[in-house]
Structures are given as C-alpha cells and as structure tokens.
Write a protein that binds this ligand. Structure first.
Ligand code: NDP
Length: 419
C-alpha cells in the first residue's frame, strides 16, 4: 500500500486526485499540498466519502525546498506527483533527492522570468549549440540523472498526455508495429467549445507562453525553428471533423528523438480556433503576455499573471464545455521490410469527463496518465534509478491502465497523412 504526495490543487490535480481515489488498491494514503489550503480541503471533502484512500491536506509553497522536505519527512510518501507549476520542478526534484522519494511531473521546467540574466545566458548558449528556439527544454532536469541514481529513486518527466501518453504511444508503436519508425506527427485536437470568446483549457500562464513562443520541429538530426503559428494545416480528426492546426514546439520531441535516434522527422500540431488566435495576438501586441515584472503605480506586476487573474479559471470550464478531444500520433516506418503507417489516438468527451469527475477533458486527459505514472512507479512496475521519460519503460502496463481508467485508445492502419 503506497503513499502519494500531490503538489498543486488546480485543474489537472483535481482529476489526478479523483483517479488516485479510484485506485485505492495501490494508494492507501494521499496528501494534497498546495498554495491555497482551502482548495485542498474542498478536494478532500469531495472525494474522501467515495474512497478508502486516506486523504490529508497541507499548505505548501513549492518554491521552498525546506517546506517540501519537512512535509515529506512528516508524511513519508513513496512518490511525489507534481501537478502544480513547471517553475517549481527543480526545487521539487531537489527535495525528492534529499528525501529519496520518486518524482513525477507533467511539464518541462521553465523559469518564471525568461529574461532572468543567469538563466538567459545558459539558454542562449544552449540555443546556439542545439539550434533550439523554444525556451523550455529538458536539459536542466536531465542534469539531475546522477543525483537521482545515487539516491536510488526515479524521476519521471512529462507524465501527462502530451507529453506523457504520446511518449508511450511511440514506445508501443515501436514494440508492436514497427522495426523502424521514420516519421512521427503528434496531433492534439481540442474540438471542445466552452462558449467564451477567449479562455485557456489549462493553466493560462503556461498555455499562452507555450503557444506564443517560436515553434520548431526536428528533421534529419536538426531542429528547424519557425515563427509562432507560421505553419498551418487542416486535418479531418476522427470523431471530431476538420480543424485547423498549427505547428508548435513540444517537449516530447526532444526526448523521443534522443531515445529513438532512427526518427527522421517529428512534428507537433495543436488545433486553435480563430477567436483564440486573434485574442492572443492582440494581448501579445500590447505586452500582456510578458513575464518580466513592470511597475504599475506603486506596485510591481507581472503582465501575464495579471492577465491570468482576469481570465476564466480553466478548472471551472468543465460544466460549460461540450465536444471532444482527439490526441494521438501518426507513424510511418517499416515492418519486415514493408512500409507501414498507423495512427494511435484517444478520443475524450468533455461532458463525459465532467459527469465522472467534474472536470473538462484537457484536465482529464492529463490527470489520468499522471495517476497511472505515479501508480507504475509506486508499485515498481516501472523501475529505474535516475531521470527518465515515459518512452524508456515498457508501454504495455501503461496502455492497459489507460483503458482501465477512462482513456481508451485506438490503432488505425493507413490513416490520412499530414503533408
Ligand atoms: P492550475 O493553474 O489549474 O493549477 C496549478 C496549481 O499549482 C494551483 O493549485 C496553484 O495554486 C498551485 N501553485 C502555484 N504556485 C504554487 C506554489 N508556489 N506552491 C504551491 N502550489 C502552487 O494548472 P493546471 O492544473 O491547468 O496545470 C498543472 C500543470 O499541468 C501545469 O504545469 C501544466 O503545464 C501541466 N499540463 C500538462 C499537460 C500534459 O498533457 N502534459 C496538459 C495540461 C497541463 P492556487 O490554487 O493557489 O492557484
């Protein structure tokens, strides 16, 4: 019987917490720790009557290693599931090394202020060396490999849907369908409608930073950088229909092309409606997407955090969001010398997710795999000392648990390709 410490209590955390409660066979105890204690207590009140998992709560500042270490010394978790902000990944990894606790997150580390001089200097050097344009990558977290190895515990990076399930789809395709994978397109379609002219379906700050940043893809051993939203395609998504999608940088490309050097080209596309893009561009043009503090009267404010405070909280979108998501990967490669193409994807219905756990499908598709990742590490079905991405472990138990915990997937042969 295992103990999990959940950091954060927002949209993704609410689903991960609900799913941990559905998996009491693995998780006998859970502590929900976040910045706002009242949210943790509300979660406990909602789920405790439904589960034999014993739930406790704590107020924590994830910026403070000392606070996290002292909570872990008290609660003694087997695994820390970080579903808060990616700004805190390194502090939480340090704390896990010190307490010898397994670590999982769902987004690569990024600094809160991308103009901060020490980080900026390191980043620009890395960009030159790697031909990289994105401001978030795995380098800082991968550098913890020896610390985790020496502590005898595992850090599992990117355990949501994308990154996360998409990484496992690649491992599964390689294990069961291909001798050699050559091309991968990851397609993330949200066909849902929340009725607002502009809202984001996960953390507003992280979402807008990601989408407005320069994009890139990987081809023949190199990163190809392009301006944000400059590559657009239309795709007819199963169970959703035709949508415009745009090329973005996404962190799983970095780990997957490292772990599968045979891949010649990998791209990531996400769908956006015109209203979202127009609002984002306008807000960017007036400086509201900046993460560098500015003076406003007597106060210093961070424009993107101010903007976030005005926008709908993504965790409240569940009730009003209708439609489906379709997230998956299209593969081209060879098997027994023959060319082959397959599409592995999951379709998730926003209203079905809301009926089950009270959340929209973006939180659902992230929270379910986050719980699965935590369960596989806690039970040592996935075992390794060091820092890993999900494609480095056996995909089969993970794929089975997706079916069991609400994210069934399909494999389709000869799909329509993205040009
Ligand atoms: P939310 O904003 O809903 O939740 C973030 C939570 O972190 C909030 O509860 C917030 O507290 C808490 N938090 C913020 N700062 C601190 C702090 N200093 N100390 C303690 N807690 C803090 O975000 P989401 O749930 O939408 O997203 C969570 C993570 O999941 C993000 O990193 C996001 O990038 C990632 N994600 C990954 C996806 C994937 O497929 N891999 C897809 C979608 C999201 P408070 O409640 O007080 O604001």
């Amino acid at each position: 019987m295992k103990k999990v410490l959940v950091i954060g209590c927002g949209g993704v955390a609410s689903v991960a917490i609900a799913k941990i409660c559905q998996n009491s066979a693995v998780f006998s105890e859970m502590c929900i720790a976040s910045r706002t204690l009242s949210k943790c207590e509300a979660m406990k009140a909602k789920w405790q009557p439904t589960t034999s998992t014993q739930i406790s709560t704590a107020k924590i500042d994830a910026n403070s290693k000392q606070e996290v270490v002292s909570l872990m010394k008290k609660f003694q978790p087997d695994v820390l599931l970080h579903v808060g902000m990616p700004y805190h990944n390194l502090v939480l990894m340090e704390a896990c090394v010190e307490c010898k606790v397994h670590y999982i997150d769902t987004a690569a580390y990024e600094p809160e202020d991308t103009q901060e001089p020490i980080w900026r200097e390191k980043y620009e050097k890395r960009c030159k060396e790697k031909g990289f344009v994105a401001y978030f990558d795995y380098a800082d977290q991968w550098s913890y490999f020896d610390k985790f190895k020496n502590a005898g515990v595992t850090a599992l990076l990117g355990g949501g849907f994308d990154p996360g399930v998409t990484n496992v789809f690649v491992a599964y395709a390689k294990k069961h369908y291909f001798d050699n994978i050559e091309y991968v397109d990851i397609l993330d379609c949200n066909g849902g409608d929340h009725g607002y002219p502009f809202a984001t379906n996960f953390n507003t700050e992280i979402n807008l930073r990601e989408v407005s940043s320069p994009a890139d893809y990987y081809e023949n051993g190199k990163w190809i950088g392009v301006p944000a939203m400059s590559i657009k395609r239309e795709y007819d998504f199963p169970e959703i229909g035709k949508k415009d999608m745009y090329l973005l940088h996404h962190e799983e490309i970095e780990s997957l092309t490292k772990n599968y050097p045979e891949i010649k080209r990998m791209r990531f596309y996400m769908t956006f409606g015109q209203s979202y893009l127009t609002h984002m561009k306008c807000l960017e043009n007036v400086g509201l997407l900046n993460s560098t503090p500015v003076k406003f009267g007597e106060h210093e404010i961070i424009p993107i955090q101010f903007l976030k405070s005005l926008m709908p909280d993504p965790s409240t979108l569940g009730e009003r969001t209708v439609g489906k998501t379709n997230i998956g990967c299209i593969f081209t490669g060879t098997k027994n010398g023959e060319k082959k193409t397959i599409y592995i994807y999951n379709v998730c219905d926003h209203q079905e997710a809301y009926k089950e756990v009270g959340s929209q499908a973006i939180s659902y598709t992230t929270g379910v795999p986050a719980m699965i990742s935590a369960a596989l590490l806690a039970t040592e079905k996935w075992k390794g000392k060091g820092v890993f991405n999900l494609e480095e472990f056996d995909p089969d138990p993970f794929m089975d648990m997706l079916n069991e915990f609400g994210l069934p997937w399909k494999v389709v042969e000869n799909p329509v390709m993205v040009d």
